[in-house]
Design a protein around this ligand. Sequence first.
Ligand code: GRF
Length: 204
Amino acid sequence: MTKKIVVLISGSGSNLQALIDAERQGELGSGTITLVVSNKKSAYGLTRAAEASIPTYIRTLKEYKDAGKTREDFDRDLAEYIEESQHPDLIVLAGWMHILSPAFVDRFRGKIINLHPALPGELDGAHAIDRAYSEFKAGERTKTGVMVHFVIPEVDKGKPILTQDIPCVEGDSLEDLENRIHVVEHEILPKAVKLVLEDNLSVA
Ligand code: GRF
């Protein structure tokens, strides 16, 4: 039976593209991307979705704030829209730069996964690659990594599904490290999606 995947993005969507490509190549198992949601109107990932004929949905926090509504209102309404329009089996946060409150997370417990460019327990939150690079330059680390993990209300915590170490190499620029991390992200995210859909992994 087909399993519905909703992907949430905020930017370039190169990881969304990796999922689109994987689905085309039959590498997502029974998974199919049925909707791409963006909280940024200008996200290039929306173009990638349109080119792949995947429906898109845009909702910005600014619209909510301008209307005097709260972040929780935004999260609750978005959760409701996704649930009612898709009944998704899996929600993938692929470069989604908005911290989801329990109003969203609790509705889809065990069905939301996130990609984070760092190893479990390290560099939680934004700018993880920049911070890893600064620590490497300061002689404080020799490697970083990438993980896909279940989402719980604590940011970048939650049980890891797949992780991969990435060495910091002498002579690397920040851009070199970023590029190496992105290559690994594009490999690991489709694998994690397939694993979760097929193995029925539990969040606990
Ligand atoms: C990725 O590095 C992801 O780990 C981080 O944001 C970036 C998104 O890139 N959270 P893209 O939009 O998928 O190209």
